[in-house]
Design a protein around this ligand. Sequence first.
Ligand code: FAD
Length: 552
Amino acid sequence: MQNAAILTVDDDPSVSRAVARDVRRRYGDRYRVIRAESGPSALDALNEIKLRGEQVAVILADYRMPQMNGIEFLEAAMDVFPLARRVLLTAYADTDAAISAINIVDLDHYLLKPWNPPEEKLYPVLDALLEAWLATPAVTMPETKVVGHRWSAHSFTVRDFLARNLVPYRWLRADEAEGVRLLTAAGMSEADVPVVITTDGKALARPTEADLAAHVGMATTPASDLYDLAVIGAGPAGLGAAVYGASEGLRTLLVEQRATGGQAGQSSRIENYLGFPDGVSGAQLTDRARRQALKFNTELLTTREVVGLERSGSATLLHFGDGSAVTAHTVVLATGVSYRLLDAPGLADLTGRGVFYGAAATEAPSCSGEEVYIVGGANSAGQAAVYFSRYARKVHILIRGEDLTRSMSQYLIDQIEAIPSIEVHPRTEVVGGEGRDHLERLILCDGRTGLTTAVPTSWLFVFIGAEPRTDWLGDVVARDGAGYVLTGSDLLADGRRPAGWTPSRDPYHLESSMPGVFAAGDVRAGSVKRVASAVGEGAMAVSLVHRYLEAR
Ligand SMILES: Cc1cc2nc3c(=O)[nH]c(=O)nc-3n(C[C@H](O)[C@H](O)[C@H](O)COP(=O)(O)OP(=O)(O)OC[C@H]3O[C@@H](n4cnc5c(N)ncnc54)[C@H](O)[C@@H]3O)c2cc1C
């Protein structure tokens, strides 16, 4: 890529020269290879590149350097070029430090010195990192701009959609000079906002999510009409199924109605997922999982909702919302759950204009210095409280119960107790919301006294549990009373197989009442509502898919 750089930094001049020489030999015709001999001088070089408006694709940093070690340098480098891929060069004795760097600086790779022969140890790593870097939307499309109103639900939806799909964008208010200038340049006015200006200069007035997806480079139409495996929903379970399915040679289609990552993508910090001792943000985990699925040739469709399943011979027809359909030999239902809405007068009209469901991380910087209210006592509410406390003057957690102990993990309770700006209000409910163009005050009710009070605030984030949105499945697969998909032995009432079941065997463990259609993750009746179990079930569903295909 013209003008993009690969930067290497090592304090040992001979090693520094050797790395740069090997990198230049293979990539010198396509990338500028820049060499530095200390962290501070490498940072100067990065800042200079930034000022020139150029890109950095990969940074290779030695771990043991005086002044600033490799991890400290990469952490600072992330602020300048967050999308550059990061590699730490280490001696064998430093592998522990390298492993901890995976979390601290979201390291892409650590490379043991010496890396000879580079054809085996260095180039395959750099090839993969450069390929991933080039596939990052922000690299090929430097800047998408969104012009809108601060308190517009549609403007929020657009920003939330772009953020959750990891599309970098610049947000400009329609009443600030730069916003006005852009609207004028696009021949539009405030009446057209939200306006999205894509990197190729197209201006989209009030775009739908499907318009946005198509214009920021996401696939929305299937390339084929027949797949071995169709996975519905790209949360952790769906991504897990897609990675295992595609890597094991199945032609795999992954269909997502909104944004990859599902609920996990909204988590500010997942602390209990195996392999991430320092936690990982939902966005990081999603980015990695999505890249992994795409690497194995999963076909990912975004903004496509599956609205029906139908048996078609030995395969299954998936119907989309626009009337089109694809066929798949097997299906994994990984549609998870969605937030339950808070039912109190005034709130519905203010949704997206001060009332938000889920963490709505895009809004956090706007809460700076303000009072934020969070409803809910489970881990998702706790994580959000910790996250918003970095911005807000005060975060109030409203819960119906006496305390958090029954609903929240102890590690989060401990974190909350240690943050003075978070206050927990037991036995308190929101009974109303008021405001003209956005939320201005909440009406709270004290469950002990029944007294109501009005509190001024523009921010309410709701986490009151979730339910499966499986109505679209109708009677095609058996569901429990709450709508969760029944699988395996749960389908055998008194030892009898489900109505209409044709195979001469019982349903496999994650198989639904429709043979060849499996369920994984939160949507499955009896599942553990966790990222790890969703990923595990996604992987397990694929092994059952193989068993199903072999036995047909
Ligand atoms: C804020 C928050 C924080 C959390 N923190 C943690 C944590 O720290 N640790 C932990 O273990 N768990 C955590 N969880 C729970 C965890 O995220 C879920 O258990 C996990 O995401 C479930 O994965 P899933 O793939 O089954 O479903 P989901 O993540 O719900 O994903 C389902 C996907 O399917 C899509 N979809 C739904 N219907 C359709 C359709 N008809 N067509 C196409 N696509 C469809 C949805 O848009 C969604 O993207 C958290 C949850 C939240 C909300």
